[in-house]
Design a protein around this ligand. Structure first.
Ligand code: FEO
Length: 161
């Protein structure tokens, strides 16, 4: 059975993942309203992924005979200036989530809960991937911001066989 301290820490992370989901859903509808269908689609997939992260943690608590808490969520932002600003916000947020996951691993280590430590390694790796993906999108958006035509041409030339 999982310790109360670790259960509370995982429940806090469930809340954070669900908040992240809402943040990205808000960003998705911001993009949809602005006419950016591709970005809106990307953010909606991101929303779904965050919900999966929350459920993965909750499922784990149940397997370990713990109690998953689905708590109320704080409100999320609703407005941004431009796509680059949205993705920079996303990057800063994901860096914070990475720190939270690392802190959660620390609790598992303190509690000498090797199973949870192993379980959380999936989240550690997922954060590396999420940060890298968003960092790459920010680089692309910066290219678009200064040389939009070049970026389109660059994308087209990539198709050459
Ligand atoms: Fe579930 Fe994007 O962290």
């Amino acid at each position: 059975m999982i310790s109360k301290k670790l259960q509370d820490a995982i429940n806090k992370q469930i809340n954070a993942e669900m908040w992240s989901a809402n943040l990205y859903l808000s960003m998705s509808y911001f993009f949809a309203k602005e006419g950016f269908e591709g970005f809106a689609n990307w953010m909606k997939r991101q929303y779904e992924e965050e919900m999966e992260h929350a459920c993965k943690l909750a499922d784990y608590l149940v397997v370990r005979e713990g109690t998953a808490l689905i708590d109320k969520l704080d409100v999320v932002p609703t407005g941004w200036g431009n796509p680059l600003e949205v993705f920079e916000h996303t990057f800063e947020h994901e860096k914070r989530v990475s720190q939270m996951i690392n802190a959660l691993v620390e609790v598992a280590v303190e509690e000498k809960d090797k199973a949870t430590e192993d379980f959380l390694s999936w989240f550690v790796n997922e954060q590396v991937e999420e940060e890298a993906t968003v960092r790459s999108l920010i680089k692309k958006l910066k290219i678009v911001g200064t040389t939009g035509g070049l970026y389109t041409l660059d994308s087209e030339l990539k198709q050459r066989k």
